[in-house]
Design a protein around this ligand. Structure first.
Ligand code: PEP
Ligand code: MG
Length: 580
């Protein structure tokens, strides 16, 4: 049966391959022995998880009333499985008899049922074991209290087959875990377009669709999938004609990409000879190779936290020095801007399932990023020392994320001084005139940019967070992703304000959020006065091409007009005009 699902187009391109379902904890749950007093409580916990999942299925059905009837039939089947006493009653007996936790009880029962199904000759019935697993998976997710977080298990060998990862959710550390696994694509049920998961997909240059709602539930392992990352479409079990059509589209896209690559050595200069710096965003030292390959002028954003995600503790100064040294050495003399840890929110050193409850309440507004660094000065000093130590090996700059208060800048500068004087005491050399810049990612920072200009050497605008905080839209939540709007007049005003204020005092300003890598926004940003763009290496050729076809003296008056508009339709109309 073929069907199509629609989600968020987060990373363009086409992938055709086999589904590889990332299973929730493939039900790797721990076995806990509980006290006799806890038994009935555990039974109740199990019952409420089952009820919750039943309610979820029922609301899914309501939401799918206009979808193909086959999808409704899937949900009916899962409701039936859930209602079967084999799954809804037997685990309760197991809890009572073996005094164990509910997760373990249902997984034990699942193994028994799956073994029975697998003995059946009839292929249709045998395949129902998948459905049993999917239903149990959902109950387990409910029980562990983290609806939907996948525990990524990378298959041992993909032997060159095109594998498409299908997961309910993937955290940035999950995606980092399969960065070298050569997956053709991934799709998830949840996640926003500028979540770090989406950003990583773009960085890896693989198509991805997020926010598909029920893909993980509806797709089986090894089913054939087509991912159209540009349109946010997933086709399950396409027929031969559709595969042929997409194979052709895929090769056309590859030809276009190859053509753009020819621009590698061309300079990013506008028609009226204004030189623009095109820099790369990287996450790991090994990404420097892709930066060189793209023809970038350097690295505008090295997101250092990604190297250490999920490892459990803070890396030592030596570990960091080694990682940064590798990156700086690979730069072949080009500049590299190393950002201090932007941890917290969706990027954590602790494995996902060990994060405390508190950390999940409003984490984007909590103790993250520079706030976290300043709360742990010992670790922050170790990072600053590691960066300073590599500064003598190349052209290194330091970038501080998520600043909002002058006191944070002052404290950071004081710690930097402390790091410098400790190195001097140890006779370790570093670049004495190393530049330090701040990210503009909080509306307060954009509005009061003067306090940054007086204290720092450069600015870098992080539009992903700036949009999240200005529009109050969680960038990781697909339910509000339709409201995540880079062209909102408030965003345009803030960007223009920051760029023009910095320009007046000749302070260099770059942009390293996702807006910088969108060729449809290149002329808008050029017209605001932006001359440094930092993006994923894969995005550089298309942005360079757009720059080469632009004339600043033509785009500037149109952009001035756009900045006076407030009506979204009018702004859109002018953007189209700008891109003609
Ligand atoms: C941003 O917020 O735009 C940014 C570049 O930082 P990150 O995406 O890592 O939060
Ligand atoms: Mg940010």
């Amino acid at each position: 049966m073929s069907f199509t699902l629609h989600g968020l187009a987060v990373s363009s391109g086409i992938a055709i391959g086999q589904a590889h379902l990332i299973s929730q904890a493939t039900l790797e749950v721990s076995h806990l022995v509980i006290t006799p007093r806890m038994v009935e409580k555990e039974v109740t916990r199990f019952e409420s998880a089952v009820t919750q999942v039943r309610n979820e299925f029922q609301s899914m059905k309501i939401g799918m009333e206009n979808s193909p009837t086959d999808i409704g039939a899937f949900i009916d089947l899962h409701l039936m499985i859930l209602a079967d006493p084999e799954l809804s009653e037997v685990p309760k007996q197991i809890i009572r008899e073996r005094r164990c936790n509910a997760e373990w009880a249902i997984v034990q029962q699942m193994e028994v049922l799956v073994a029975q199904f697998e003995k059946i000759d009839d292929i249709y019935l045998r395949e129902r074991s998948y459905d049993v697993r999917q239903v149990v998976e959902r109950v387990v997710r409910e029980l562990v209290g983290r609806p939907g977080h996948a525990a990524v298990k990378v298959p041992k060998s993909t032997k060159g087959e095109a594998l498409i990862v299908v997961a309910h959710d993937l955290s940035p550390s999950d995606v980092m875990a399969f960065k070298d696994q050569h997956f053709a694509s991934f799709v998830t049920d949840v996640g926003g377009a500028t979540s770090h998961t989406a950003i990583l997909a773009r960085g890896m240059g693989i198509p991805a669709v997020l926010g598909l709602h029920n893909a993980r539930q509806l797709i089986r392992d090894k089913e054939t999938l087509i991912v159209d990352g540009s349109r946010g479409v997933l086709i399950v079990n396409p027929d031969a004609r559709v595969i042929e059509e997409y194979t052709l589209k895929k090769s056309q896209l590859e030809i276009e990409r190859a053509k753009l690559k020819l621009l590698k050595t061309a300079r990013a200069t506008t028609l009226d000879r204004v030189k623009v710096d095109l820099l790369a965003n990287i996450e790991e030292p090994s990404d420097v190779a892709a930066m060189l390959e793209s023809g970038a002028d350097g690295v505008g954003l090295f997101r250092t936290e990604f190297i250490f995600l999920g490892r459990g503790d803070m890396p030592s100064e030596e570990e960091q020095f080694e990682a940064y040294r590798k990156a700086v050495k690979g730069m072949q003399g080009r500049p590299i801007t190393i950002r201090t840890f932007d941890l917290g929110n969706d990027k954590n050193l602790q494995p996902e399932d060990t994060l405390g409850e508190r950390q999940r309440d409003n984490p984007a507004l909590g103790l993250r990023s520079i706030r976290l660094s300043l709360a742990d000065p010992k670790s922050f000093l170790a990072q600053l020392r590691a960066i300073l130590r590599v500064s003598k090996l190349g052209k290194v700059k330091i970038l501080i994320p998520m600043l909002s208060h002058a006191i944070q800048i002052d404290q950071t500068l004081a710690l930097l001084e402390q790091a410098k004087s400790s190195l001097r005491g140890e006779k370790i050399t570093f670049d004495e005139s190393i530049e330090i810049g701040g990210m503009i990612e909080v509306p307060a920072a954009a509005l009061a940019v003067g306090m940054f200009l007086r204290r720092l050497n450069f600015l870098s605008i992080g539009t992903n967070d700036l949009i999240q905080y200005t529009l109050a839209i969680d960038r990781t939540d697909e339910q509000v992703s339709n409201l995540y709007d880079p062209l909102h007049p408030a965003i345009l005003m803030l960007l223009a304000h920051v760029i023009s204020t910095a320009e007046k005092v000749h302070m260099p300003v770059s942009m390293c959020g996702e807006m910088a890598g969108d060729p449809n926004l290149t002329r808008l940003l050029l017209g605001m006065g932006l001359r440094q763009f930092s993006m994923y290496p894969a995005q550089i050729p298309a942005v360079k091409q757009r720059i080469k076809q632009s004339d600043i003296s033509e785009v500037t008056p149109i952009v001035r007009r756009i900045l006076r508009l407030e009506e979204p339709a009018k702004i859109q109309e002018q953007i189209e005009r700008l891109n003609m």
